[in-house]
Write a new protein. Structure first.
Length: 506
């Protein structure tokens, strides 16, 4: 069967082939058998009517369409295999002509990725340092964990804890919502009732009832409440304020932090932890910038189907997995006041960026021969088990059994695949960090060594020094490897597929 193939933009391949008459006739016979069982023809049992009568009853075009529906999947599979086309999505068929039958197919194929000279990418890495102010904030947060609440005889202030009866009536709703003896903290960022409630509560005295009302924002996320007026009736039973423990050695010893018995030791421990957190956050931000730098310098051609799949993923996350059923998705869309297409359009830019990030990291994995072994995954599982078991004594009775139970829960093919992807992504990011954080002087030094090697090779070739030329060639290969950053040993367990997670911004 003659086939023409054309590579199109966005990683699409166009195929055109003519259906051989012999195979078409055979498929027409199968189509007649199928259709004759579905239509009632007077005088014949289902499936027993002759072909010409079936054709007159349903029409030749309907039979031909049925025949092609039966035949095209097989023809398509044969063509893809014969042409060695690496497809990653569903094909689109178009019938060009009936006499002869010519079919056009468009199918998405694996992306093409060129990272260019990624070994020369450089980006400065700014040092981070915790401040005295941040240290005091962390120490205050620690003290608040051990704070006590004491009743006060005054108006409600920010930071207080209030116990009250609350009734809320929303404009247009018949039944108000009431809660008795509700206890909540009056603090910015705390989600209590509707936005604006805490602002009106602050300043009210104990007792009541207190009544107030306000309008909700016009762009309120619960569209059925947007712009509506809500009226509150509040009776305050108790107001408590927070009393923090003194930061002294007695407090430090009471929190039972291993190896810490004095205020100075606590400050040092908190300072070290804070510094590690800041460095980890800075590293994540830096690696995001490196991936975007890699994307900017790469040449990518990828099919739209990858973006659509990532939109599916983002939509599932944003809707809290409401996409699992059409009914759940419809209810979620009604709550946010948008159509599915509006949500998908809003997610498209982020999905496209995530796809590009994932593609360049996947290609980096291939180029750098990054591989994750089963032992790596076992080690990660042990870390998870250790975190789940916490600080329990490994020798404690029953702990081995508990560990075995947890391992059975976590050690599944799905979990191992997820861990492989996560570890692969992290190693790719670590390798990219290693490449891009090299000082500029190292780049110039490598280039200078390469220029010197070329001069030596030229002199050796002119002198006819065959052995020396071989040494120069070996030296050049080594130095080229240094310059491009190819310092890792290849892992023979690396397969053809490189699972890399989509890389959204941190």
């Amino acid at each position: 069967m003659p086939v023409t193939t054309e590579r199109l933009p966005r990683s699409l391949v166009a195929l055109k082939f003519e259906v051989e008459q012999e195979r078409l006739e055979a498929s027409m016979g199968r189509a007649v058998q199928r259709v004759s069982k579905q239509v009632r023809i007077p005088g014949f049992r289902p499936g027993k009517a002759p072909r010409d009568l079936v054709e007159r009853t349903v029409g030749r075009s309907a039979l031909l369409q049925e025949a092609l529906d039966l035949l095209l999947p097989a023809l398509y599979s044969e063509t893809i295999a014969a042409q060695a086309i690496d497809v990653i999505g569903q094909p689109e068929f178009e019938l060009e002509s009936l006499e002869p039958v010519i079919v056009n197919v468009r199918v998405p194929v694996r992306p093409t990725i060129d990272l260019k000279d990624y070994g020369s990418l450089r980006a400065p890495r700014e040092p981070v340092q915790s401040t005295a102010e941040r240290l005091e904030q962390e120490l205050t947060a620690l003290r608040r964990r051990f704070a006590t609440l004491e009743p006060v005889e005054r108006a409600v202030a920010w930071g207080d804890t209030v116990r009250a009866d609350v009734t809320a009536a929303v404009e247009g709703q018949a039944e108000p919502h009431s809660e008795q003896d509700a206890e909540f903290r009056v603090e910015q960022g705390t989600q209590v009732s509707l936005p604006g409630f805490l602002e009106h509560l602050a300043g009210l005295e104990r007792g009541g009832p207190h009544e107030f009302s306000f309008a909700l924002p016009a762009d309120f996320e619960a569209t059925e409440l947007a712009g509506k007026t809500v009226s509150y009736t509040v009776r305050i039973h108790e107001v408590k304020h927070e009393v923090l423990p003194e930061l002294d050695d007695d407090f430090v010893q009471s929190i039972d932090e291993e190896g810490v018995t004095s205020v100075e030791q606590l400050r040092e421990r908190v300072r070290d932890n804070l510094q590690r957190q800041l460095e980890q956050a800075a590293l994540g931000k830096y690696q995001d910038e490196l991936v975007d730098l890699l994307v900017a310098g790469a040449e990518l051609d990828y099919p739209e189907v990858l973006v659509e799949r990532d939109i599916d993923r983002l939509l599932d996350q944003q809707s809290n997995h409401a996409t699992h059923t059409p009914e759940e998705l419809a209810r979620w869309l009604e709550r946010v006041g948008k159509t599915e297409q509006e949500v998908r359009d809003a997610l498209r830019e982020q999905a496209d960026l995530d796809v590009r990030r994932g593609l360049v990291l996947g290609e980096l994995v291939r180029r750098e021969q990054i591989a994750i072994t089963e032992q790596d995954i076992d080690g990660e599982l042990e870390l998870i088990l250790g975190g789940t078991l916490g600080g329990t004594d490994d020798t404690a009775e029953g702990n081995d059994e508990r560990r075995a139970q947890l391992r059975g829960m976590f050690d599944t093919p799905e979990m191992r695949a997820s861990l492989r992807n996560r570890l692969t992504t992290q190693r790719a990011l670590d390798r990219l960090t290693e490449i891009c954080s090299q000082p500029a002087e190292a780049v110039e030094e490598a280039a200078s060594r390469q220029r010197g090697t070329r001069r030596r090779r030229g002199a050796q070739a002119a002198a006819g020094g065959e052995a020396a030329a071989g040494d120069a060639q070996q030296s050049e290969q080594s130095e080229q490897s240094e310059q491009s950053g190819d310092t890792q040993e290849p892992d023979t367990e690396q397969g053809d597929e490189h699972g890399v997670e989509p890389r959204p911004l941190a």
